[in-house]
Write a protein that binds this ligand. Structure first.
Ligand SMILES: Nc1ncnc2c1ncn2[C@@H]1O[C@H](COP(=O)(O)OP(=O)(O)OP(=O)(O)O)[C@@H](O)[C@H]1O
Ligand SMILES: [Mg+2]
Length: 419
């Protein structure tokens, strides 16, 4: 069946360009289809019965007849120098055989069907090296090939080579792409693994910090209990004895001396009670952040006559233990500063729980301070400790103050676990 296709090499080459432009090949069958079409065009244009493409294999030094076009023996291999293709590749020269029957190099019994009457072969070059051949056979008595036919076949050879190098480049690209994809997959897996490792380590660190702080609290409570059970009992005993001595004596100067000593001891007793209270810091049960902050506020108010209110905003819920612990400790330090340095009459603590972070603002109406006050040669660990706690959890810390302006501590801490 005659195909309605272009008959000149220019068109065949344009089709090849179109294939590339339309998105390129998607597999080996594309290469086969295109080469086949080029060879069929050559067959038609040369009015040949067969056009075949052979490639030289340097490994076993044979020439293989590809199964494209209209070869007589697809898949067959011939030695270099053997037959038409073998000679063309060996010499790197075109070969026109007008009378095939009388040609000394013909392979006997190579074709079934009508005998070959005329043949032409041209080399296919990669750079300067012949790597294959294109051959045409005529079995029709009136059709003998000429040099002009060899020239036309060479043009088809160039087009076939273009197609071949295009597909081999595509193959190389595909291999490179596969290799790249594999490496990306391996790297991604390795990254995922190390990120999981890091988050596991972070979790362990968080547990460790929470455990450490818990142990510190326990120790403080133990010391408070010890002071309560020993020093406080002795002190109460001494005060009681003094009271008894006072009542049993009548000498007034000694009695008044004893009375003022007893007063001093009473004062010491009160101060020690405060120390015990401070050591006995509010316990933080899981999810009990708000309750713990309210208890700190109540304590400040009861002991130091500073009006302290707590305001909650946002969606209140239990936070990771490490976050709750950091927030409570910052509150304690900030309230400790208010009590020791601010001479404030009111403090407002605002806790806002947003979707992904908790915000804490502690504002007092006290005397405020210059930042230079922190550079007085004494050790001040409170503010730096608050900042460190917030930043260690990936959060932020700010303190704003000025003489007469009061002081505002602002903290934001992410509520997710550290990754
Ligand atoms: N709310 C406040 N009002 C007034 N001054 C303050 C306030 N908070 C902090 N300061 C000033 O900032 C200084 C540094 O505070 P910081 O908490 O770092 O250390 P400290 O309280 O002096 O000692 P510590 O290390 O025991 O906390 C304080 O000494 C005080 O002068
Ligand atoms: Mg402090």
């Amino acid at each position: 069946m005659r195909r309605e296709r272009a008959r000149i090499p220019g068109d065949a080459s344009r089709r090849f360009v179109e294939v590339v432009a339309s998105g390129g090949p998607s597999g080996d069958s594309d290469a086969h289809t295109l080469l086949n079409s080029i060879l069929l065009d050559a067959t038609e244009l040369l009015q040949a019965q067969r056009v075949a493409l052979m490639l030289y294999n340097d490994d076993d030094q044979t020439v293989e007849i590809l199964d494209v076009g209209t070869p007589a023996f697809p898949g067959r291999r011939v030695e270099l120098g053997e037959g038409l293709a073998g000679r063309v590749i060996e010499s790197g020269q075109r070969l026109v055989i007008e009378d095939y029957d009388g040609w000394a190099g013909k392979l006997s019994g190579e074709v079934a069907g009508p005998p070959i009457l005329s043949a032409v072969g041209v080399p296919l070059r990669h750079g300067a090296t012949p790597i294959g051949a294109l051959t045409a056979h005529s079995t029709v008595p009136g059709r003998r090939f000429t040099d002009g036919d060899a020239h036309v076949l060479e043009i088809f050879g160039d087009i076939a080579m273009l197609a071949l190098s295009h597909f081999s480049m595509h193959d190389e690209l595909r291999t490179l792409n596969n290799r790249l994809e594999r490496r990306v997959r391996e790297r991604t897996a390795a990254l995922r693994q190390s990120s999981q490792e890091i988050s596991r380590k972070n979790e362990q660190l968080e547990e460790l910090i929470v455990g450490l702080e818990h142990a510190q609290d326990e120790e403080r409570r133990r010391i408070a209990q010890d002071i309560h059970d020993s020093v406080m009992q002795t002190l109460s005993g001494v005060i009681f004895e003094l009271k008894a001595a006072e009542t049993s004596m009548d000498s007034s100067p000694v009695v008044s001396q004893l009375s003022s000593i007893r007063e001093l001891l009473h004062q010491l007793e009160t101060e020690l009670r405060d120390v015990i209270q401070d050591l006995h810091s509010v316990e933080l049960e899981p999810g009990g952040l708000m309750r713990a902050i309210e208890r700190e506020a109540t304590r400040l108010q009861a002991r130091h006559a500073i009006q302290c209110s707590v305001r909650a905003a946002g969606h209140h819920r239990a936070l990771p233990a490490a976050v709750e612990s950091a927030v409570l400790r910052i509150v304690r330090e900030a309230l400790g500063n208010v009590q020791r340095h601010a001479s404030a009459s009111t403090v407002l603590i605002t806790i806002t729980m947003l979707k992904s972070e908790v915000r804490l603002v502690i504002r007092d109406d006290g005397i405020g301070f210059y930042s230079e006050q922190c550079n007085d040669g004494r050790v001040h660990l409170g503010i730096s400790g608050m900042r460190r706690r917030a930043e260690a959890r990936g959060g932020s810390f700010r303190i704003e103050s000025g003489p007469g302006d009061g002081t505002t501590v602002t903290v934001a801490i992410p509520t997710r676990r550290l990754r």
